[in-house]
Design a protein around this ligand. Structure first.
Ligand code: HEC
Ligand code: HEC
Length: 308
């Protein structure tokens, strides 16, 4: 019995070890000459400044990715790292491959898993060429020597190794490959929403382990983030943005594009909460991209806000 128990424990330990190992890609990257304008577009579409710039940053300060912003969640407080091009405090010393592994695999240069509070489950959908342009653009931003305190997470979330299990279960679910079944415009919208825009990170409901529930894509969720010093009960509800009557079924494509540009909905109420920064980022995209997002949101299945 004892021997059998030890064998089982050994097998489980090995399984844990293998399943939680951080794997990065060593595949060579394609030849690429950087398109900085496209890198800047990805930067705004991806909302990097909304987490990595200082909390009160505006205008050109949004380009100083000094980190330190707190994300208060039921798992504890995450503090965003410095991703400015400073070689010591930021990611200036990283290779392109280091950056791609972080964004696509959620793995650090020293082979640790990142928490999905960094929306790499969504960013894994960004095309390699776009990631290379994004990194080239990030390299042009001002360096910052801000040193960020680590996260304050509750046990067992404080164990990074456990994220390996999370990834094994959830990472593939957030993949969104090109279907080629829809128009170019809808494909572009799908790419922006499911990839850089990471709309589902807020608008898709999650299960008890924080994995997005695929069947509830963009049908609204409880907010995982709450204000500094507050508890989970102060977190709000994030609306359903599918074409369901309980979502934005009553909005036309141009209503959606207009709201992303100006922050005003069809009733002329303005966006509040965390959507304000998202909208300000969207306002910096070309009009065709906002129109593409609107076309995609009208094309997805209408889902009721209530889980059935
Ligand atoms: C919702 C907030 C949020 C957004 C948006 C976000 N990040 Fe992050 N990012 C984080 C957090 C939190 C971490 C730390 C994760 C960890 O410690 O496991 C992180 C970590 C990183 C890292 C690893 C840094 C290091 O020192 O190891 C990189 C690189 C990064 N983010 C790049 C980006 C880029 C590029 C964008 C925009 C496309 C972006 N992030 C958008 C929250 C965010
Ligand atoms: C950081 C979390 C977050 C992200 C990421 C996010 N949203 Fe939102 N969104 C919200 C919140 C919160 C609201 C509610 C705003 C309010 O109360 O005024 C909202 C509201 C909206 C609304 C209005 C819905 C209504 O019924 O009034 C639309 C449309 C929308 N978001 C689209 C998007 C799109 C498109 C993306 C991706 C490009 C996106 N959101 C990404 C948090 C987010």
């Amino acid at each position: 019995m004892l021997v059998a128990g030890l064998v089982v424990a050994g097998v489980l330990a090995c399984a844990f070890f293998v399943l939680t190992m951080a794997r990065s890609s060593r595949e060579p990257l394609p030849e690429h000459s950087a398109n900085f304008a496209n890198g800047e577009l990805l930067f705004w579409a991806g909302g990097c400044a909304s987490c990595h710039a200082a909390a009160d940053a505006e205008d050109s300060d949004l380009l100083i990715l000094s980190g330190g912003r707190s994300l208060n969640t039921p798992f504890g407080v995450f503090r965003s790292p410095n991703i400015s091009p400073d070689p010591n405090f930021g990611i200036g010393g990283w290779s392109m491959l280091d950056f791609v592994n972080a964004m696509v695999k959620g793995v650090s240069p020293d082979k640790r898993h990142y928490y999905p509070a960094f929306p790499y489950p969504n960013y894994q959908n960004i095309e390699i060429d776009d990631l290379l342009d994004l990194k080239a653009y990030l390299n042009t931003l001002p360096p910052s020597s801000n040193e960020v305190a680590g996260h304050s997470l509750q046990f067992p979330y404080s164990l990074r190794r456990g994220i390996g299990l999370w990834k094994w279960r959830y990472l593939a679910r957030s993949r969104s490959d090109r279907t080629n079944e829809a128009s170019e415009q809808i494909e572009r919208g799908r790419y922006l929403v499911r990839g850089p825009g990471h709309c589902g990170a807020c608008h898709t409901a999650r299960d008890q382990f924080g994995g997005e529930i695929t069947e509830r894509l963009l049908a609204g969720a409880e907010s995982l983030e709450f204000g500094e010093g507050n508890d989970a009960s102060s977190a709000g509800r994030i609306p359903n943005i599918t074409p369901h009557a309980e979502g934005i079924g009553g909005w036309s494509e141009s209503d959606i594009a207009y709201a992303l540009e100006t922050g005003f909905d069809p009733d002329f109420d303005s966006f509040g909460g965390s959507m304000v920064e998202v909208q300000e980022n969207m306002a910096r995209l070309p009009a065709e991209d906002r129109a593409a997002i609107a076309a995609y949101l009208k094309s997805i299945p209408a889902i009721s806000s209530e889980a059935h």
